[in-house]
Design a protein around this ligand. Structure first.
Ligand code: XBP
Ligand code: MG
Length: 257
């Protein structure tokens, strides 16, 4: 049986609930700045989240929801510039501390470090967004808690493709049996499982609550904390009130017999 050596965290929806009041707001700010009459309300954004990656999401929006837009000939550059503007707005939101880390995230990260587990990130979002979240959510230098930050375009195919998890494990010199992943979405679960990682915990959020998490050993409403117990929607907390390192080691042993 392999030992658990590392926790690999997704970012958006897992470390922090960044989509509705973070990324979506930043996209709309960029549209306004570029004088586009586009507005992604909460409901439309939930549908657009089917596609991971901000640039890919803009393209999906044009293909499926705004087919009358007659953009410039060089659509790739137009989308790239628009996305760069969105990222600038997002980083500003993060710097203002508008989006806190989710319940139990800081506690679990600290516990994992104290118990000698390595930490990695595997996300579809832009690297700058990760650094701004970690430096506001943890403290300046919080990104250094992680051995690797695998993010965005570092791989050719975004989630649900397994590329980002494979790249992260490659950088850490770890095989899938040494890792446990924490995700929030169906796309994320697919990416983890197709990367060969069998230990997987999902923390649902407003956008992903009803998605299919088949293959996840444990699905919870949040990671929990002292006086703020979490609830298992699928799987068993084994008597724990919160997701802690002991529980994760138990889950890892069960999924890697
Ligand atoms: C979530 C995503 C990202 C963000 C937007 O990533 O799919 O695209 O929604 O960020 P994950 P960008 O759940 O894998 O952390 O605009 O920088 O892509
Ligand atoms: Mg996510």
């Amino acid at each position: 049986m392999a030992n658990l050596e590392a926790l690999l965290f997704d970012v958006d929806g897992t470390l922090a609930d960044t989509e509705r009041e973070g990324h979506r707001v930043a996209f709309n700010a960029a549209f306004a700045q570029e004088k586009l009459d586009w507005n992604w309300d909460g409901q439309l954004y939930g549908r657009l989240l089917r596609v991971t990656g901000g640039k890919e999401r803009i393209r999906y929006y044009l293909q499926e929801f705004n087919t009358t837009f007659s953009g410039p000939k060089d659509l790739d550059s137009f989308i790239a510039d628009l996305h760069a503007s969105k990222t600038a707005h997002y980083k500003k939101l993060m710097a203002e501390g508008r989006i806190p880390l989710r319940t139990g995230v800081r506690r679990l990260l600290q516990e994992a470090r104290d118990s000698g587990l390595r930490l990695g990130i595997a996300t579809t979002t832009t690297p700058d967004n990760v650094f701004s979240l970690l430096n506001s959510g943890l403290e300046q230098g919080g990104a250094s808690w992680f051995d690797v930050i695998a993010a965005g375009d570092v791989v050719p195919a975004k989630k649900p493709a397994p590329d980002i998890y494979l790249w992260a494990m490659g950088q850490m010199g770890l095989g899938p049996d040494a890792c446990l992943a924490l995700e929030d979405s169906h796309n994320g679960v697919r990416s983890v499982l197709d990367a060969g990682i069998k230990s997987l915990v999902v923390t649902v959020n407003g956008y992903t609550r009803n998605e299919d998490f088949s293959g996840a050993g444990l699905v919870v409403d949040h990671l929990g904390g002292p006086g703020h117990p979490c609830t298992a929607l699928t799987g068993d907390l084994g008597g724990h009130q919160m997701v802690n390192v002991d529980l994760l080691r138990q889950l890892h042993a069960e999924s890697n017999p």
